[in-house]
Design a protein around this ligand. Structure first.
Ligand SMILES: [Fe+2]
Ligand SMILES: [Fe+2]
Length: 191
């Protein structure tokens, strides 16, 4: 199957009424983005529209997602986590990865811009191909840690009011109208 942007699902806005479910869905979307970037890195044909789309995702969506977590989710988690959650070390590690991600994303951006300027596929240069692949690998392990540890604890610890606030802030960052948040069954999406 040729790499295509259709392989990355949109996260429906409606899901913002349950911000934890929305973050799980965003992580799923980001994993699909990583898979697509990796497949595109290996392709031998030049696909300008696809490279432009990947560039746009790296520049806008990844940056927004880091803000969602650094400005909204993680501060709430630091406030609500209980000592037995042992969350401090994990959040410190993830924040460190966010800082590195932004540097690595800038490099990925430059590589994609070079490909577009030269009208060359990523695979034309081993340096570029490897940089994009290692970005995808690192992102996947970051997402896995957030899914396994942070979001399940968020599901347990955030209050109704926190969820409404989080939902509003995520929506506002994207210019989406406010929606009432509801607390879902803690068992759903906690695994
Ligand atoms: Fe993150
Ligand atoms: Fe995340």
């Amino acid at each position: 199957m040729a790499p295509s942007r259709a392989q990355v699902a949109e996260t429906p806005d409606d899901l913002l009424s349950d911000p934890i479910a929305w973050l799980f869905a965003e992580h799923h979307r980001h994993r699909q983005f990583c898979d697509l970037m990796q497949r595109t890195s290996m392709a031998t044909n030049y696909d300008e529209a696809l490279l432009s789309w990947l560039l746009d995702f790296v520049v806008h969506e990844l940056a927004l997602h880091v803000l969602d977590e650094e400005e909204d989710l993680f501060p709430l988690m630091r406030a609500r986590a209980q000592p037995e959650d042992d969350l401090d070390k994990v959040l410190t590690r993830l924040s460190g990865e966010h800082a590195k991600d932004l540097t690595r994303a800038a490099a990925v951006r430059r590589h994609l811009e070079t490909c577009l300027r030269q009208q060359a596929p990523i695979s034309r240069s081993n340096v570029r191909r490897r940089a994009l692949e290692s970005f995808a690998v690192q992102e996947r392990s970051h997402l896995a840690l957030e899914n396994a540890v942070v979001l399940p604890i968020a599901r347990l610890r955030l209050t109704e009011r926190d969820l409404v606030e989080l939902s509003n802030r995520l929506a506002t960052r994207r210019g989406i109208a406010r929606r009432p948040a509801r607390r879902a069954d803690p068992k759903i999406g906690a695994g």
